[in-house]
Design a protein around this ligand. Sequence first.
Ligand code: ZN
Length: 456
Amino acid sequence: MNTQIFRQYDIRGIADRDLDNELVFGLGLAFAHFAKMKLGKSELSVVVGRDARVSSDRIFCALADGLVKGGATVVDIGMVPTPLVYFARVQGSHDACIQITGSHNAGEYNGFKMMVGADTLHGAAIQELRGIIADKSAAEAAQPGEIIADENVISDYLNYVGGNVKMGSKPLKVVVDCGNGIAGVAAPQLVQDVLGAQMIPLFVEPDGNFPNHHPDPTVLENLQDVMAAVREHQADLGIAYDGDGDRIGVVDHKGEVIWGDKLMILLSRDVLKSNPGATIIGEVKCSQTLFDDIQKHGGNAVMSKVGHSLIKAKIKETGAKLAGEMSGHIFFNDRYFGFDDALYATARLLEILSNTDQDLGQLLGDVPETFATPELRLDCPDDVKFDVPGKVAEQFSKEWEVNTLDGVRINFGDGWGLVRASNTGPVLVMRVEAGTPERRDELLGWLENAVKSAIA
Ligand SMILES: [Zn+2]
């Protein structure tokens, strides 16, 4: 068993090498055992969805077999975006859910995102599952479960969202780029039929080999097609999804990217209008302009650690109405269920734009201009990386305010810098933002020097 596949937020590996039928069956059995134990129940219903990867059908069969032998009822909802698995669990009051997906990774990958009750499994829980699989401590149930199919989840979801948003009178033209990911089974209908926008589709046919571009909208290169199409068609905006539809990328009417933290400014203003004083969460990589803007509009800005499972936990703890990551995971807990859903975020964004005469550029025109680096990634061995932020914090703490919530975020007054160890690879992540490009580069130099001496 390749233990590397049991990661911080999910299980993920190369399907044909790491996720053979024996392991996946073992996971199904272990999950049924684990979920019953956690929920204190003897019976269990588990929603299982999957993306359109070549290996997803095989993995579904092995997983469902393990779950059924473990005594669970499997609700097979077919090929759907990840948020629809969460939606199906909530709507059907099911005990747990699993999405089989390699998210934005290349076609040969696959994996599992899992929830028990309203909790996303991460960290220790995923390691606990690994332990149960490794020592084969989950026995088959005396009474096996069964597989039942629910083929209506996509239409139920579209109906739900249609009843949830109130589109205005302004007609919208929207480019929708699914990157051949699984969002293609629902996003085009959502935008065109439910939200009534004119839609220009790009790569909406799911294809697990991703023949056009990689379905990861956090990478600028992957947004080139949607940017060009917005300009060519003079669209109001462009939307791109990651491979499993839980992350959104947005391009404005000029074809320029609006990263997740800037998108959050627009969404948080809207949420604060109907929820004055609400708590809104951004993570440590987000622009200072987001936190400032939330406060300026009367909201309670809260900074969270990075990672969708940690953010979901923070939403529960604080009762936040909205949360978001720079990476495009957006969590609405206002008129919605608090999980990350790029399709629902699309609906709320189009709702805002259809109810105003202003375009995206005008709506965000009053946000102070800042100059930020993208997320910079520096290779650093796993046994070294976790010590680096602490040492960097020490170096700066005499002169500046340091926040060590997740790595270290140093407040330089007219800018900030972040150094944190990635939870998913031998990498240090850095980001810097300042009021001028010169100051940004200067701060980045300070940070790089501090990291160098911390590693030395
Ligand atoms: Zn994803």
